[in-house]
Design a protein around this ligand. Structure first.
Ligand SMILES: N=CN[C@@H](CCC(=O)O)C(=O)O
Ligand SMILES: [Zn+2]
Length: 403
């Protein structure tokens, strides 16, 4: 079954050539993109959809969320808006509520959050554990996460639970907890920050998880200049997320991590993506991550929602894109790229075609997964020009209409 989508005013492909086509059309066939190009040259298909002069871009790839949780932290947010600063300690409130919630309710809550994200154009999504913090609860979170998200990350090293010794807890994370979550997860993450895990503890967790075959991610440099970025780059992490406070050597390490990598062939050593989380920065009243400076230095950048009840209770990637343009000085094309191709790069899902087992997400090209976001607007510029407006008109996920 093939479907022709025609009368597309702007088709922002975010492919390796950065093509933006005007008066375009595309054909999707099953889960894949079968053709794209000028509307006048479109082939016939079984079915057709008139885009009515709207813009089409890849579905958002949200590479950083924490959706498996219960409870909310309104009081903490109100205190922050009254002048308190964010600290890692708030995580314990969510851990408490999450532990008290049944599997059924936790799954229902997580699924509802995924549905909210899809309704706003997200077609590929990562989520993390990290609100369980004991062996049984982390395994439960990982199991539930694996039923609701495309990618699951083990974040047992989110906070040292009250009453635990930090080094003893780190050993638990690296041993029995890792064994228990291993069947459900592809990635491991650590909150490497003052008040969470030290550089030594973070290294220990990341090395143990790497030995278990997991890819690495790091929450780093959120609350101050710290060791997270350097550790991520040294260990070959797929991404380091937050990146608010960076020394010049951090930017250099991130840029250098990609030298020698060829995006066309995927050959050479992959580097570490810098993932900026603007909704979190606003909600914690931090200075926005220096996305402009990172791009100018040659760093690969992603934008993600960091949806979680503490620092960023939103899954709106459109909000992140608008903020990146209006406040971080990215162009619309750069911001959309970071929220699509950049997220895919951070999850090692940017490549894959008809011949591969996995289809690329985050960009539109023949053989890639048909993950499309149609806006109720003639161009992607409207995402920043009309911030906060409900611009998602239609969504296809793996070729299936999801909204
Ligand atoms: N910074 C660490 N972890 C989350 C916040 C978790 C929470 O406060 O509940 C984040 O990415 O912002
Ligand atoms: Zn996070």
């Amino acid at each position: 079954m093939s479907t022709l989508i025609t009368n597309i005013a702007e088709l922002m492909t975010q492919d390796l050539e950065h093509k933006v086509l005007k008066n375009a059309a595309m054909v999707i066939e099953g889960e894949r993109i079968a053709w794209l190009g000028a509307a006048a040259a479109a082939p016939a298909a079984d079915d057709s959809v008139d885009a009515g002069g709207r813009a089409v871009l890849p579905g958002w790839v949200d590479s950083h969320t924490h959706l498996v949780f219960a409870g909310d932290r309104t009081a903490e947010f109100e205190a922050r808006m009254a002048g308190e600063s964010y600290s890692a300690g708030g995580i314990a409130v969510t851990v408490e509520a999450t532990r008290r919630t049944t599997d059924f309710d936790l799954t229902r809550l997580a699924l509802a959050r995924v549905a909210e994200a899809v309704a706003q154009g997200t077609t590929y999504l990562e989520t993390k554990t990290g609100y369980g913090l004991d062996v049984e609860q982390e395994a439960r979170s990982a199991r539930i996460a694996s039923t609701v998200a495309d990618e699951v990350t083990f974040l047992g090293a989110h906070l040292v639970p009250a009453g635990s010794d930090a080094d003893a807890y780190t050993e638990l994370v690296c041993g029995p907890m890792l064994d228990a979550v291993r069947p459900y997860v592809r990635w491991a993450d650590v909150f490497c920050e003052e008040g969470a895990f030290t550089a030594e503890q973070s290294r220990r967790v990341l090395e143990a998880c790497r030995s278990a075959g997991l890819g690495l991610r790091v929450h780093g440099n959120q609350l101050g200049v710290g060791p997270g970025v350097q550790l991520a780059a040294e260990l070959g992490a797929a991404s380091v997320d937050h990146v608010n406070y960076l020394a010049p050597a951090d930017v250099t390490a991130l840029a250098d991590s990609w030298s020698g990598w060829d995006p066309e062939t995927g050959s050479g050593r992959r580097g570490t993506v810098a993932t900026c989380l603007p909704a979190c920065d606003l909600s914690t009243r931090q200075a926005l991550a220096p996305g402009r400076e990172l791009l100018d230095a040659g760093v690969q950048v992603a934008l993600a929602s960091n949806a979680n009840p503490g620092t960023s209770y939103t899954s709106s990637m459109a909000f992140c894109v608008a903020t990146a343009v209006l406040q971080m000085r990215l162009s619309v094309h750069e911001a959309v790229r970071a929220a699509t191709y950049g997220g895919a790069l951070a999850l090692h899902r940017e490549a894959g075609n008809d011949a591969d087992g996995e289809r690329a997400v985050g960009s539109l090209a023949v053989g890639h997964r048909a993950d499309l976001h149609m806006l109720n607007a003639p161009s992607a510029t409207h995402l920043a020009y009309r911030p906060g407006m409900p611009l998602t008109y239609a969504v296809w996920r793996a070729g299936v209409r999801a909204r």
